[in-house]
Design a protein around this ligand. Structure first.
Ligand SMILES: Nc1ncnc2c1ncn2[C@@H]1O[C@H](COP(=O)(O)OP(=O)(O)OP(=O)(O)O)[C@@H](O)[C@H]1O
Ligand SMILES: Nc1nc2c(c(=O)[nH]1)N=C(CO)CN2
Length: 182
């Protein structure tokens, strides 16, 4: 067990975005690396959407998606793996909300709340971002009980529309580590 391992596993939701290079290829590689990490299994992935940039608008279109994972790591352990993958895949930080090879945001972890300089959970901007909410809707189970589904449906109703987002592709990625049928 490392310092960030816990005795119980929990489900978490990660949003991914890419708008430089081969966007789809990078997203799939990020999924593979997440799933190959000790203590992380990618359970399900959303469709992939092409989205107009939000925040800093003078940049290429994004591909966005989300994944549901099971992990025995605590939130910081999971965040560090996500940041390591971003770095390995060539992300360099220049402009806030600017172009990036790949971005992984930790959106929700069941039963976990954080408010530190390093990590805010649930993600503070999730409810205003259709590029996060639409993919999440694909993968949050109808019987989800930790509160995410309620927040998600209310936020989608408030946004009321799908402007700036279109379906790009159904995700064809399959976990190498999940037991078959999961
Ligand atoms: N829930 C979270 N998921 C990912 N990073 C977070 C989270 N909460 C806080 N952070 C911190 O935010 C910092 C900036 O992250 P990042 O560069 O990915 O921001 P961004 O993608 O440009 O903007 P945004 O945070 O609006 O998505 C990171 O160094 C990280 O420590
Ligand atoms: N469409 C879209 N716009 C963005 C995105 C993103 O992933 N997709 N990420 C941002 C910073 O997290 C800022 N703006």
């Amino acid at each position: 067990m490392n310092a960030h391992s816990t005795s119980e596993s929990s489900e978490a939701y990660i949003a991914l975005g890419a708008n430089l290079g081969d966007r789809e290829d990078t997203l799939m590689e990020a999924l593979r690396r997440l799933d190959e990490s000790p203590d992380i299994t990618v359970l399900e992935c959303s469709h992939i959407y092409e989205t107009e940039p939000v925040g800093y608008v003078d940049q290429p279109l994004f591909l966005n998606m989300a994944v549901r994972v099971r992990t025995g790591l605590d939130p910081y352990g999971l965040l560090h793996i996500m940041q390591h993958i971003e770095k390995e895949l060539g992300r360099v930080r220049h402009i806030r909300w600017g172009p990036r090879t790949v971005d992984l945001d930790l959106i929700w972890m069941e039963g976990k709340r954080e408010d530190t300089e390093e990590l805010i959970l649930p993600h503070p901007r999730m409810e205003e971002r259709l590029f996060v909410l639409a993919p999440l809707k694909d993968i949050v189970p109808e019987d989800e009980t930790s509160g995410l589904r309620i927040i998600l449906l209310a936020a989608l109703e408030r946004l009321d529309g799908k402007e700036g987002l279109q379906l790009w592709k159904t995700c064809s990625w399959h976990s190498a580590s999940a037991p078959s049928g999961s």
